[in-house]
Design a binder for this molecule. Structure first.
Ligand SMILES: O=C(O)CCC(=O)C(=O)O
Length: 265
């Protein structure tokens, strides 16, 4: 049976180009809450660079779990992976003015313990994201290439500590994903992408969210730190999912949508 999402124009672009942009997905007030969440995380983890607010922090963070469960985001993910959806990972990559690090060219799937590699990434813009402040850049069509081995780059000045060498012809084809707050870009696990340092006087804050269908197995021997069932049904025996963390205003980031006292609606 053909499902309605199989003929969706977003899916056609994803299949042809490996990426696309969805405009105005989240409203201003939720994006403002995400910005406040980043500020709260940075105060709570002064030891972490702002590009490194990563997936090990999600499990005890009710706002984060609620944000990635937003129906508008899940409706997009469902177009690419179907209606049984789990969170695999999520990471704020926030580049401070004049200091934010580059993300070297890479294919996400090279890093991930997933079998099969069915996964879709959504990248939510918290700030205006432009070439000046280090927006995401993709090489259209490169999602058709197989996953390549990572090359370590341990000079400490890039976010991933590894990257791919690509030739000048391919680099010339790169497209800047200019986004406004609340826009979302969507990309394939094999697409070659990266981003430049932030040379502007503005922050570039963005949230990556990796959604898998519940039929995709997380293959790490140890329990995975942020696997949550977000929509639909789990496939028995494939992954163990964490319980959603209950909101405790004395220890969690304040949030209007979680009903924090003192946050005016
Ligand atoms: O935020 C960035 O600059 C890079 C993000 C990225 O590589 C990803 O979402 O896979």
């Amino acid at each position: 049976m053909t499902q309605s999402w199989q003929n969706d124009p977003m899916r056609t672009q994803y299949e042809e180009q490996g990426y696309l942009i969805a405009r105005n997905v989240l409203d201003e007030s939720l994006v403002a809450e995400a910005a406040a969440h980043v500020e709260w995380l940075l105060k709570r983890h002064p030891d972490l660079r702002p590009e490194q607010l990563g997936h090990t922090l999600v499990a005890d963070d009710p706002f984060w779990v609620r944000l990635v469960s937003d129906e508008r985001l899940l409706d997009i993910a469902a177009k690419f992976i179907g209606e049984d959806i789990a969170l695999f990972a999520s990471h704020y990559i926030c580049k401070p003015p004049g200091d934010g690090q580059a993300v070297l060219w890479h294919q996400d799937g090279s890093y991930w313990p997933l079998d099969p590699m069915r996964v879709v990434s959504l990248w939510l813009a918290v700030d205006e994201s432009t070439p000046e402040n280090g927006c995401l850049r993709v090489i259209p069509g490169s999602h058709r290439e197989s996953l390549k081995e990572l090359q370590p780059r341990a000079d400490g000045t890039n976010v991933l500590g590894s990257g791919l060498d690509i030739d000048a012809v391919q680099a010339k084809r790169a497209v800047d994903l200019r986004l406004s707050p609340g826009d979302v870009s969507i990309h394939h696990p094999n697409i070659i992408h990266g981003s430049e340092p932030n040379t502007s006087s503005r922050w570039r804050r963005g949230l990556t969210i990796r959604y898998i269908p519940t039929s995709t197995r997380i293959t790490t021997p140890k329990p995975w730190p942020c696997a949550f069932l977000l929509r639909g049904k789990a496939v028995p025996g494939v992954n163990d999912y964490l319980p959603r963390p209950p909101f405790d205003p004395s220890k969690h980031s304040p949030s209007r949508m979680l009903g924090s006292p003192g946050v005016n609606g």
